[in-house]
Write a protein that binds this ligand. Sequence first.
Ligand code: LLP
Length: 423
Amino acid sequence: MDRFEYRDGRLWCEGVSVERIARDAGTPVYVYSSQTFLDHFRKIRAAFEPLQPLICFSIKSCSNLAILSLLKEAGSGFDVVSGGELYRALRVGADPSKIVFAGVAKTDREIVEAIDAGIGWFNVESEAEMENLIILAGRKRRVIHAALRINPDVDPKTHRFTTTGKRETKFGVDLERARAFFERFGRNEWVQLGGVHLHLGSPVNTIQPYLDAIGKALRLIDELRNAGFLVEMFDLGGGFGADYEGFQAPTALDYARSIVPLLSDRSLRIVLEPGRSISANAGILVTQVLYTKQSGEKQFVLVDAGMNDLIRPALYEAHHFVWPVVTSREPPAGRNNQPFEGAVLADVVGPVCESGDFLALDHYLPPVQRGDLAAIFACGAYGFSMSSQYNSRPRAAEILVEKDAFRVIRQRESYNDLISAEI
Ligand code: LLP
């Protein structure tokens, strides 16, 4: 699962005590395990090895340059969805041909930047975008590669805010329109339409939605090939799950065992865009208990991290396991929220002035007091990358642990950072 473990009642990340990091860097602080990033990346690569896929780490899940650099060195390409993410990928020296660019509303500036960079594939989401892409590539007299993002109309059975592969979402082009899309754009001199892309949602904790969507996509690809179109690439998107609680997500091998047989011998260049499955379990958010408080029957643990640091609980009612960093009681192996003798049932909440500012609701914790450190687990994905300065709270520091060493990979913001862009 990850390289965060309790030894003699203290939480360690690889060979470094989390308490020591918090003492050094202050709280709230994101702590990442480099080895966990690499483990997850390599597990996906090994599981899908028969397909020799291009693995494009989804930058939006965790975008720090040090982490992108780590994954690039391990051989990763990148999935980007903005000019800013493209900038990050290029800053770490990513091979442009291993970059895929998705997004329903790419601006001209972003498209031109990506053409100039020579990225591998544009994942195109509408006819209007394709028309624009042709104009911009033609103007530059540059031949570029595009894949059509299809909307397979498959329910990924995840939160409605992170469902993308259903017809009623804004993403991709319906299967019925996909054929006409190729008829209209499939022979263009500037934009070579040679791939099919899909992304179902995130997280997709079951395998069947992938099988359904891949089945539909393969039927389309066969049909297109029979009609004379060259379809060489198939991008399955991201969405593989992570272990937030218990061992809830299928492993990379579980996904691969079902998916690989469908795609071998298809002469397709397979692309995967995993984010969460690589980054979620590679990071924790460490916070300090400021106060405890009772209100009616409810216990509150008030901590120094808030919804501006981690918005997932507020936005998706996401569950993150919380536990003291120093404790005589080790958490259950699967880190699931369950009652035990002497537990305090509490809401762990932050300092932001909103009732939605919670990190964990109805959580069973060993008793904690002012000054204690607590770890919020599985925060490596969509944690820091979705953080904000709401309530004028400087963003947290990010720390990367590599074996027995740790280093600051993003400084804690200062009050001056809050206002430095203001005029
Ligand atoms: N590819 C595309 C086109 C995507 O839109 C996404 C995620 C990914 C790949 C990566 O998906 P992953 O492997 O990480 O599941 N903020 C939400 C998740 C939003 C995901 C958006 N798209 C959360 O915190 O749960």
